[in-house]
Design a protein around this ligand. Sequence first.
Ligand SMILES: Cc1cc2nc3c(=O)[nH]c(=O)nc-3n(C[C@H](O)[C@H](O)[C@H](O)COP(=O)(O)OP(=O)(O)OC[C@H]3O[C@@H](n4cnc5c(N)ncnc54)[C@H](O)[C@@H]3O)c2cc1C
Length: 373
Amino acid sequence: MRHDILIAGASFAGIACAVAAARAGAQVAILERKRDAGERLHTTGIIVKDAIEAIEAIAPIPPAIVRAVSGVRLHAPGGGSLALDSPGYFFLATDTPAMMRWLADGAREAGAEVALGEAWAGGERTPGGWRSASRREARFLVGADGPASRVARDCGLGVNARFLFGAELEIRGATLAEPDRLHCFLDAKRARGYLGWAFAGVGVVQVGLASTLGQRPARRDEARAGVSPPREREWPLPDVDAFAKAMAPRIGLEGGTVSARRAGLIPVGGPVHPRAGDRVTLVGDAAGLVSPLTAGGIHTAIASGSRAGRAIAAALADDRGVRLVVDPPVPDFTAKRWLRRAYDLVQHDRLFDLAIGTGAFAAVAKRVFFHSR
Ligand SMILES: Cc1cc2nc3c(=O)[nH]c(=O)nc-3n(C[C@H](O)[C@H](O)[C@H](O)COP(=O)(O)OP(=O)(O)OC[C@H]3O[C@@H](n4cnc5c(N)ncnc54)[C@H](O)[C@@H]3O)c2cc1C
């Protein structure tokens, strides 16, 4: 089978790339190793307001698969809390399995082939592009295969070296005292380097936390040499069950049973280098495009995928069979990387307890959660 573009990974970045390239006239195939795009999720699936427009460029989001959450309550370790609101601002909680399936349908509607249950399992260079182990030929390869990208390693591109480890429970039949708020927990012991969270999603309450606990991040030189990120069974996942039990009384979490679990790596070291080579480009988490501060990556995955899809289709329309490098601009997150370092340094439970009642803390928190509004 011959294609213009072969994309590894049918999640936010891969689908956005496929839709943009197919709409620009390229013949696109996406390889997704899972048999169902909605199974074994590695995301909480909260979509920030700015990302909604980017998703709606693929198709209008069906109202049944999202739920608006309008405010935040930030909880300090000692029991204090702070309600944060920004008029007109909201997050979308998603029925994430349904959203992933809907996105895959959107790629098909745009004209791309979505090959479920077919992984990028290595490949070789051909004079005009790539041949996958599954015998597909393409003029261009895109690595949208997430934080532990195999495409990056196979093609000698940069790999992610710093991670948060996230774990989450889906609790069916539970209720929360304040269902219209995203509850975030500052807790230096349980969620070192990040936060815990809980909110009423679509038909389930989602409770999770992410931390840097227990990891030795690869050094830059190791990352450049292509050191693999930890395998799934080696992830030092935070104890989300103990966390859910401990914080339940504070947010009035009652009833329900755990119906599913999600877990994953969040790359927070900033963009990898290089992100592109001859006829290959990385997008989304594979390229390290996650905010090092908020750990949100859905928005940047969609934006980077769309930008790359358009740029690759344009480059292929003018393909002379010679070296072809497509490396669209990406955010470098400089300020957010510094803020992350500062957060890592000042993260002390006592400090959070003292700060939570201050105006300065509320102002900073509003900027972080509501994107400077
Ligand atoms: C626990 C957790 C919670 C998160 N919560 C949020 C949140 O609420 N909001 C937010 O904005 N961000 C969140 N993030 C980050 C966000 O999920 C990612 O930034 C986003 O999913 C990146 O999209 P992507 O398409 O680049 O990669 P991914 O979503 O990781 O998708 C990669 C895809 O590639 C497939 N794949 C992997 N290897 C291969 C292969 N060899 N061949 C074929 N297919 C392959 C995978 O199966 C997967 O479908 C969270 C991350 C984690 C881990």
